[in-house]
Design a protein around this ligand. Structure first.
Ligand code: NAG
Ligand code: NAG
Ligand code: NAG
Ligand code: NAG
Length: 419
């Protein structure tokens, strides 16, 4: 099996002064008012209708043709694609656990209304969101990866097939991974929790990834749920997407905070909060997320029972426009305080270790991949691994006659094992 090449993350040590609204002290920002207004103009678009969600989010329904996707140079003449026909096939439905497992997860803003036809819901970015950011240029981007070559020199790119032994920094992952084939899609049910964030710039995800090498970099498209207070302004669990074509260096972003992803759905907002949240020993909630390649090289994102959200046009990628070489399911904690002591207490998954099992640990199940056989199936070659087993761990529960369930996560700092 191809070894997953891990990445070393460059940690950005910019610190923004805290905002003390109650004292009416103007927050100190690294950026000028002009820079902030220019960035807001780029991120937000004129609203046809505005919906104020009870969770505090503002959802703007914007003209589908005015979305930022078309600001991308490769998409100047792009025409919006139709949803692929294969989504109408029953095998793409996520019915397997529907009655048992409560695929009733929905977005809070939907309670207050819906977006009209011909528009898409865009979560409005506020001035405060930008003032929390370490960099305006990198707003919405994960920290770039750094790689170590064999003479221990940090490089900012690497060949995915190279033979570098690298230890990732600033992020800790616990994954189930499939490789060794050409993948053209995956879907899975992700259990929904609200893990605790200890340090203000930490974030934690439960998600799926599709990756492929691009020269000395890798390309990745991703979706799932995330708790990321620095980016979103609170600790809510949110539905997110991500893409990059250069190992998180300069391309791509979360949600619709850069040009690239073409949204078609009127009813789901990327980055919006989702509910309900599962409770320990109580009711479990999950949602189905899928990413599939169409005949034209576009990767479609869908949720629950084949609700298409939109797609990443093939033009964004070099290798991924044909297929992915690595598919992953699991969680990641981003923090400067991972792999060193004191470890962050930011949780992954539910905050419980994998062996807690159903009702305790976060799970991903109903895992399927699609390759050129065009059948949706459980991957033949699969491998569960975690980077910090004492802090976050993994358990792929495979029992004969049953669909496997992948459990992952943990509490982070737990002395003496994870000091
Ligand atoms: C868009 O169309 C124009 C006119 O046909 C063409 O000159 C230009 O190269 C096209 N741009 C892209 C990115 O395809
Ligand atoms: C590691 O990277 C440095 C800087 O690019 C380079 O000088 C050195 O030759 C590289 N070593 C190997 C073994 O590739
Ligand atoms: C993989 O590595 C070999 C040599 O190590 C190199 O020749 C080849 O170009 C690499 N493949 C990619 C996609 O970069
Ligand atoms: C997020 O949760 C942490 C820990 O519970 C808390 O300290 C922090 O203030 C919360 N952040 C926001 C933005 O609510």
């Amino acid at each position: 099996m191809r070894k997953y090449k891990v990445a070393i993350v460059l940690f950005w040590t910019f610190i923004v002064s805290s905002i003390k609204l109650e004292l009416k002290v103007e927050a100190q920002s690294l950026f000028s008012e002009e820079e902030i207004q220019a960035k807001l103009k780029l991120l937000n678009k004129p609203a046809v209708k505005t919906i104020k969600s009870e969770d505090g989010d503002i959802i703007d329904c914007i003209n589908i043709y005015k979305q930022s996707a078309f600001d991308h140079p490769a998409l100047k003449n792009h025409t919006i694609q139709r949803t692929p026909m294969f989504f109408q096939e029953s095998q793409y439905l996520s019915t397997k656990y529907d009655s048992e497992a409560n695929i009733k997860v929905f977005q809070t803003w939907q309670k207050r209304g819906s977006c009209p036809k011909g528009t898409i819901p865009l979560r409005r970015i506020l001035k405060n969101d930008l003032m929390r950011a370490a960099s305006l240029n990198r707003f919405g981007l994960k920290s770039p990866t750094l790689f170590l070559n064999s003479t221990n020199t940090y490089l900012n790119s690497i060949n995915l097939n190279g033979s570098y032994a690298v230890v990732p920094q600033s992020r800790s992952g616990a994954h189930l991974a499939a490789s060794g084939s050409s993948y053209i899609g995956t879907q899975a049910n992700i259990n929904v929790w609200n893990p605790k964030i200890e340090l203000p710039n930490d974030f934690t995800t439960s998600q799926i990834w599709l990756k492929a090498p691009n020269g000395f970099d890798f390309e990745s498209i991703e979706a799932g749920w995330m708790v990321n207070p620095e980016f979103y302004g609170n600790n809510d669990t949110r539905f997110f997407s991500y893409w990059t074509k250069d190992s998180y260096r300069s391309t791509g972003c979360f949600d619709l905070t850069c040009s690239g992803f073409v949204q078609t759905a009127t009813n789901v907002a990327l980055g919006a909060t989702i509910k309900p949240i599962s409770s320990t020993s109580g009711q479990q909630f999950e949602f189905n997320v899928g990413i599939f390649l169409d005949e034209s090289g576009n990767w479609w994102l869908k949720v629950n029972n084949n609700i298409p959200i939109g797609y990443w046009p093939g033009e964004l990628f070099e290798t991924l426009k044909h297929s992915a070489t690595l598919v992953q399911w699991g969680g990641e904690v981003f923090s400067p305080q991972v792999k060193i002591s004191p470890h962050t207490g930011t949780q992954m998954g539910s905050g419980d270790f994998a062996e807690g099992g159903f009702g305790h640990a976060c799970f991903i199940r109903n895992i399927r991949i699609k390759d050129y056989s065009l059948m949706l199936k459980y991957p033949e070659s699969i491998n569960a691994a975690t980077q910090e087993p004492s802090c976050y761990n993994v358990l792929n529960d495979v029992q004969s006659g049953q669909d496997p369930t992948f459990y992952f996560g943990g509490p982070g700092r737990t002395p003496p094992n994870c000091p």
